[in-house]
Design a protein around this ligand. Structure first.
Ligand code: NAD
Ligand code: WQD
Length: 339
């Protein structure tokens, strides 16, 4: 069983490749290395004993994408992670995001139709829900107007996929991730943000190791128990395992509809201060942080209702916040020790 993983040298993709290989799938990765490094395939090989194959090109290139699918028309399914994901950058440069995230998807869908590859797992996001009226948020919650061009690419992508499957034999599962954090227990792969991290946990680990001076906590005047914003953090390995479950569901013809959507979260909401306390506990380090004003565009509180995924996929996130922070910290220390 051969699976194409686009964006497979990236953060979530690399963890998913490990889980796929460990479940006996053959994996071929396509990535243009715009936000990852080719050496990730060696790290994956050290974990699984098998180095996945990597083809480096831009999926926005229609001809190269088609040529890839022509040479790999025995692929059983595609997991499409490749996209740009920085919310702020998408506000500053929306066309970059629309072009990269939408054209790559359209190229893949066209090639899948041409070479009769029917199974697609798509990386969507909880960002499609915006600020939900009342968390927990289930898959039937209304899709609010996107807060950013990045979020809009995820909404439009889901629509493009739904329209495409009306006229082709495509089947698709969109997985809406909440806040993935943490790293593989081996510490051989993890999240590698370029430049100054936007996301909370990479900023915490980089502060603790001394690369950043101080963490800014964005707002303590939210309507939450400690005033800081609440999210549903999920261990990246739990998230990766859900992709294998989704791929098997498609290949084994167990889908109930040609398009299915699942939330991937733990169902637990933690505040920024909860995350900091957990990090301090598992690392044994005091974190240098300061409370500052809210970050524009941030929602107050959001966490998943994962009951549909639990029931239908038979999947459940197992790792707790301490385990997430401990693995993120182990990865940061291991990575910096090599520099
Ligand atoms: P990442 O940046 O680590 O991985 C994405 C990979 O795709 C990178 O390796 C990058 O080089 C590659 N890529 C980007 N554009 C490409 C193109 N045109 N052609 C070929 N390769 C390309 O990001 P991630 O955190 O692993 O996210 C994976 C997916 O999950 C993305 O679609 C993202 O939007 C989505 N997602 C991420 C989060 C999160 O918080 N990390 C949350 C929800 C959804
Ligand atoms: C988490 C919390 C911040 C950094 C983003 C995307 C979303 C999805 C997941 C892709 C918030 C606070 C953060 C810092 C802080 N990605 N924070 N200081 O914003 O929930 O979601 O990643 O689809 O679309 O928007 O994640 O990690 O940036 O923030 O206080 O230096 O930590 O305000 O409350 P977010 P995050």
């Amino acid at each position: 069983m051969k699976i194409l993983v686009t964006g497979g040298t990236g953060y979530i993709g690399s963890h998913t490749v490990v889980e796929l290989q460990q479940q006996g799938f053959e994996v071929v990765i396509v990535d243009n290395l715009s936000n990852s490094q080719a050496s990730v395939v060696d790290a994956i090989g050290r974990i699984t004993g098998k180095r996945p194959s990597l083809e480096v090109f831009d999926l926005v290139d229609r001809d190269k994408t088609d040529d890839f699918f022509r040479r790999h028309n025995d692929i059983q399914g595609v997991i499409h992670f490749a996209a740009y994901k920085a919310v702020g950058e998408s506000v500053a440069n929306p066309l970059l995001y629309y072009r990269n995230n939408l054209v790559s998807l359209m190229n893949i869908l066209e090639s899948m139709a041409t070479y009769q590859i029917e199974n697609l797992v798509f990386s969507s996001s909880c960002t499609v829900y915006g600020q939900p009226d009342e968390p927990p948020v289930s898959e039937t919650a209304p899709i609010k107007k996107a807060e950013s061009p990045y979020g809009n690419t995820k909404q439009i992508s889901e629509e493009i996929i739904q329209d495409t499957l009306k006229s082709t034999s495509l089947k698709a599962i969109a997985l809406r991730y909440f806040n993935p954090i943490g790293a593989h227990e081996s510490a051989l792969i993890g999240e590698l943000p370029l430049g100054i991290p936007n996301n909370l946990v990479p900023f915490i680990t980089q502060t603790a190791i001394g690369i950043r001076q101080q963490l800014s906590v964005f707002g303590d005047d939210y309507n939450t128990p400690d005033g800081t914003a609440i999210r549903d953090y999920i261990h990246v390995v739990d998230l990766a395992k859900a992709h294998v479950v989704a791929v098997k569901r498609m290949i084994e013809n167990r889908m109930k509809h040609h398009f299915e959507v699942f939330n991937l979260g733990t169902g637990n909401g933690y505040s920024v201060l909860d995350v900091i306390k957990s990090f301090e506990k598992v690392s044994g380090r005091k974190l240098n942080y300061v409370i500052v004003g809210r970050r524009p565009g941030d929602v107050e509180k959001v966490w998943a209702d994962p009951s549909l995924s639990n029931r239908e996929l038979g999947w459940k996130a197992l790792k707790n916040l301490d385990e997430m922070n401990a693995s993120a910290w182990k990865w940061e220390q291991y990575y910096r020790s090599k520099e």
